[in-house]
Each structure stands twice: as structure tokens, then as C-alpha cells.
Design a protein around this ligand. Sequence first.
Ligand code: F0G
Length: 355
Amino acid sequence: MNQGVIERYRAFLPVSEKTPVVSLLEGSTPLLPAPRLSRELGLPEAAVWLKLEGMNPTGSFKDRGMTVAVSKALEEGARAVVCASTGNTAASAAAYAARAGLRCVVLLPDGAVAAGKLAQSIVHGAEIVAIRGNFDRALELARQASSELGLALVNSVNPYRIQGQKTGAFEVAEALGRPPDYQFMPVGNAGNITAYWAGYREIATRHGLGLPKMMGFQAWGAAPLVLGRPVAEPKTIATAIRIGRPASGEQALRARDESGGMIGRVKDAEILRAYRMLARLEGVFCEPSSAAGVAGLASEAKAGRFKGAGPELRIVCILTGHGLKDPDTPKSLPHKWTTAKADFATLKKILGRNG
Ligand code: F0G
């Protein structure tokens, strides 16, 4: 039975029996083998595995950290939580705050949040402030609202978020029977790569197992960690990772260096290609940002990084959010669509033409 992240990993999290657990039974997400994708990339059939974080209660990985952050906020007497968000953190904060009976304020970059995520913040009753500015500015304001107005900040700069999110690494290692050789993932504000690296290091210490190479990917127009400087006006269709000044950038670079991995960048066209590939080869619908890690994998595979790898190679891609979060992007892909008169002769003609 899925017990939720806190009950499942209580011994490894900063909670006590006094902590009021606010949970939506997050975590325990599937790790799905991807044999067709593996073959398409020229890799051994059992190489690539997809961690479906979109299967969390609010449709993204944020729930793992949010259950801990909101439970601790409640324990510490908070009445309200605040976050800046490109959409998913806000959706998760809104849902967990609703369940805890806390006020929730979300600061969103105006006009740059996918429709499904906005719908979630609205329906869970968050107070939405659409900032005329980008995520980085919204995060500055959220920090200020926290320090000057006393709202509990539930962005991933809150260490409880990172603690909860590290449980993703525990689940991956349990499912494979060991940590993977490589983990590919998108990087935005860099909390998730920081959390996974913390999780894998804990496993290594506890069980004496090896560590994966951490392979983080930013969008081409929003790649401050690749460029080595902040990006004032980040641009990408992958709105979740449209971030120019990652709060946990230093930790992400440490994860890269300590693991012998890399932080790279992928073009929007590569992200969309990976997004389609996941959907059409494996039946997995993730949001565009989630596909950035897979785009990075495709690029590394093409460059020959895994040449000569044996059947024991294990590569995990973290698919951070569900495709339904962003119902508009698919419309821009080539697809077969005909609006037709309601008769069989017309249908036959269309199917003949399509075939
Ligand atoms: N993928 C998705 C779907 C995200 O929503 C985010 C971040 C990331 C990847 C990157 O993770 O920031 O830990 O490096 N979304 C944040 C938000 C910024 O506000 O929802 P990260």
C-alpha cells in the first residue's frame, strides 16, 4: 500500500511523532522500462527507465517535498505559506495548504504558466499574484514576503522540500535493486538535482552502493549553469524551467562535479522531439520540461557516450511532470485531424487518405 512519503521514509526525514502529517499519499511512483526508446537511441533494450513523477497527486515531483514542507510549517505554527512558481510548485503548495487548512499565496510569472497548473492553483483556492516579471523576480518577492510578513516559504530553498524530494532517489534504487549508472533530468531552479544527489549519497553511505552520474539539462535559452552566469531574460517553450538565476545553482554544480556528470543544454526543438518520442514510442505523456532530460540523453547517446555498453547499463530519466499540465503544446505538433461531415462515405475517404 502507498503510505505517502513521510510514513514510508519516516526514519530518514526530519519529522517526529509530534509532526502533523499533511499527505496526499504522494510518492511510490512507477519506474517504467522504456525498451522502444532504448532501441531508438541505439542502447541495450533494458537500458532506459522512466520515473513517472507525473503520477504524484498533483501531477509533479513537487509533492514529495511539499508534504514535508507543509507538515513542518504546520508543526511550527505557520498560518500561511508562500511560493514563487513556474506553476508546479504553486499547484502542489495550493493542494497541500488546502488539506492543512493554511492560507496559500502563489507568485506566478504573468502569462508564462501552463493552463493546467493555473487551473490547479485556482481550484485549490490559492491567492494568485501574477507578477509582471519572470520567475527569478517572483522568487525575490516571495523571499521578502516570507521574511517581512511571516509567511512560510515553501520553495525548494526551504530545506524540508529537499529532504522530501530526496525520496525519489530511494525509490529508484529500490526499484532497480541498485542506483542507476546515469540519471538524466531537467534543471530549473536546481532543487531537484540537489535533492536526488543528497538521496543517492545517503544510500551510498548506508548500503555501500555506487553513485550515478548526475546529468542535468537546461533549456538552451535558459541555461545559466551552462553559461556560468545568470540569464536576465530566460526563454524557452519549456515554461517550467524558464529560470535565469537558479536558487540552488551551486549545489547543482557540486552534484555534477562530485558525480562526474554534466549540466548541458538542449534546444526547444530537441525538447519537443523527445516529448513526442516518449509519447509515441512509449505511451508516456510528460510535460515539455520533463522531456529536456530525455533530449539530453538522446544527444549524449548520439555523441557516443554509451558506445559498447553491455546489457547491465541502467539509465534513469526523471519525468518530472504530467503532460496534461500543459494541454496547449501538443497542438503545435504535426498531427492528423479532420473535422468531417457525419457520414460513413466521408469517413472512408479520410481513412483512405490518411493510410
Ligand atoms: N520539471 C518540472 C515539470 C518543473 O516544474 C520544474 C520546476 C523542473 C523540472 C525543474 O526542477 O527547479 O528543482 O530544478 N518547477 C518549479 C516550479 C520552478 O515553480 O514549479 P528544479
